[in-house]
Design a protein around this ligand. Sequence first.
Ligand code: PGA
Length: 240
Amino acid sequence: MKKTIVANWKMNLSVKESLSLAKKVNKMSSQNNIIICPDFLSLVYIKNKLKKINFKLGAQNCAPDSFGSYTGEVCAKNLKDIGAEQVIIGHSERRNIFKEDSLMINKKIQEALKNKLQVILCLGENENEKKAKRTKQVVKKQLQDALKNISNRDISQITIAYEPIWAIGSGKTPQAEEVSLLSKYIKDYIVNKYSKKIKVLYGGSVNLSNYSLFLDQTNIDGLLIGGASLKYSEFSKICR
Ligand code: PGA
């Protein structure tokens, strides 16, 4: 089964470094569905510099509206026009550092879908919620809020990335079996609500020594990788 591997480069590379890494990824052979998410400027640069792109380009964020007075934001339409096919929405860094609430996340999803961008919706619990065994409740609430007014037709344009906040960039990960069960919980929630199947990815401290544990689980359809996606040797081995 083809897996989906999303590289979230965050704000870690210069424009030139992004292009150089994108060139390497472009030559890589992989059976899987590879999505590279550089920062906005690097996305445009990569799109312009590479003649033929063998992976999908994704943005790390988009604006909650189509146009207007949103200083510093980039709208989904412009991302689509420039060649992005996907957009990450609701990453915990956006939720926590930039204070994006559930209403904002829902608006961004609607904008992305309206402009024919596929959405990678991130969600997951924090450390206290995990300790209090509230993971399922937290994830359910995040799903309910994010997917408000999302139609049956549009739900198939969304992939969920389950990313426990305590696992992101920390070197700590949950057990793959635990993730598989939660993944199943998310899939069942969507099937009950929409009668549709969706993909669920895992993200948080994925690296060369643990990626296969997650990919071996039938309920996990792929990975969202931060740190390890910046190192070509590591990333290419994971993608293969
Ligand atoms: P990480 O980041 O792989 O560096 O933990 C994942 C993410 O934030 O999406």
